[in-house]
Write a protein that binds this ligand. Sequence first.
Ligand code: FAD
Length: 462
Amino acid sequence: MAEFDVIVIGAGPGGYVCAIRCAQLGLKTAVVEGRETLGGTCLNVGCIPSKALLHASHSLHEAEHNFEKMGLIGTAPKVDWAKMLAYKDEVIGQNTKGIEFLFKKNKITWLKGWGSIPAVGQVKVGDEVHSAKHIVIATGSEAASLPGVEVDEKVIVTSTGALTLPKVPKDMVVIGAGVIGLELGSVYARLGAKVTVVEYLDAITPGMDGEVQKTFQRLLKRQGLDFVMGAAVQKAEVKKGKATVTWKLRKDDSEHTLEADCVLVATGRKPYTAGLGLDALGVEMEPRGQVRVDSHWRTSVPGLYAIGDAIIGPMLAHKAEDEGMAVAEVMAGKHGHVNYDVIPGVIYTAPEVASVGKTEEQLKAEGRAYKVGKFAFMGNGRAKAVFQGDGFVKILADKDTDRVLGAHLIGPAAGELIHEICVAMEFGASAQDIALTCHAHPTFSEAVREAALACGDGPIHS
Ligand code: FAD
C-alpha cells in the first residue's frame, strides 16, 4: 500500500491541474486515470479536438469564401478527411503527452486504471489499495442520453463519435442547439454537410443574452445551418445505415421526420461518478447526480473533496481548473477561492461568442437598474479588413455606479476579448475605467473600448 498526501481521481483539467498545484505546494500526490492518456474529456474528446476541427474547417471556409477577395487566386483546397482527423489526433497527442511531461516534472504518480474509494482515506486501483490524507473526486461527466434515441457511436453519435466519423456525412441532424451541438454542427456544415439543428426550446444556447442568441442564430443560418425550434425529439432509429429522426412541434403537436446519414445527440452532459462507491461511503449527492460540496469543495465525508464537472456549476474546463487549483490550496492549509461570478463562457464558432457576468434578462429579473453600452464590429476597422464585421460587443454596467456587471460579445476573437472584461470585473472596474484605457489601433479590442464608451458619453466610431 502506497501512502500519499493527496490522491486525485480523474486526470481531466480539474484533476491534473489540482495535482500539479498540490505537488507545487509540497504534497505527495498521485492521480488515478483509467483512460490510456491524461487530460480527460477536454484534451481527448472535448475542447481540444473540437477546436482543431473548427480551425481546419474554418480555414477551408476562408479559402473558399475570402481568399479570392484578397487577390489569392487558385483552386480551393479539397478535404482529405483522414488527414484532417490525423491532424486532430496529432494535436490531442501533443497535449496529452504535455500533461504526462508535467506529471513527471512535478513528481506526480500516475496510478493507471479505474479507481474506487472502498473506505475513508483509501483508493483502490486494480488490486492495489492506496491511502491518502485527502482524496479528490475529479471524474468529470459523460454525454446525457435522450429517451427513444439509442447511440451507436456510428450513425447516432455523441460528441465523442462526432469527432471520429468515418466520413463527412451528407446530411446531419444535431439534436440540441447548445454549445457542443453548434460547434460540431458548424464544423460539418463548413465541410459540406447539410446540417439541421433540432432544438426543444425556442432559442438557441439557453441562458445566453437574448440579443446574442438572435444574432448568433441568424449568422449560423446564413452559413447554411437549418433550425427546427420548439421541437421535442421522440425517437431516432437506424435502418440500413441511415437514421430517421422524429420530433413533435411543441406549438401544435404535429409530428415530423427527417432522414440523415448522421445524428449528433448534443443534449447536454451529466456528472460521471459510476464505480467510485460513493453510495456505500454515504456521500451526499445533489438531486441531478452531482457530488454535493461546500464552499471549500469538501463533500459530506471527511477528507473527500470534489471538483469540476462532477459538481454543480458550468461544465467548463477552466471552471474545473480553477476549482482544482483552489482545492489544492485548501488541502495545503491555505485559502483557495473561485469567483463564480466571473467565469467566461465561449463558443468557438465563427464568429465566436463570449459572455461573462449577468445578462440583461437576469438584471431585469433582479430589478437592477443598469445601462447598456453596445458597439457593432462593423465600426471596427480591423474587423472589416478581415471580413469579420458581423456581431457586436455589449457591456452592461450598473446605472448609478457604472460598475461592469456583464458583457456579451459575438464577433472576431470574442473568446480572447472577453478576458479584458473579466479582469475589469475582478478589479470591480467601471465601464469608464475600460473607456479611459488606451487600446492599440487597429485591434478588435477597440470594439470593447467603444462599447465601454457607449456606457458613458458615446462611442466614437458609430
Ligand atoms: P473530465 O475532463 O471529464 O475528466 C475526468 C477524467 O476522469 C476522465 O479522463 C475519466 O476517464 C476519468 N475517470 C472517471 N472516473 C474515473 C475513475 N473511477 N477512475 C479513474 N479515472 C476516472 N469546456 C471548455 O471550457 N471549453 C471548450 O471549448 C469545451 N469544449 C468541449 C467540447 C466537447 C465536445 C465536450 C464534450 C466538452 C467540452 N468542454 C469544453 C467541457 C470540458 O471538456 C469539461 O468541462 C471538462 O473536461 C471537465 O473537466 P473535469 O476535470 O471535471 O473532467
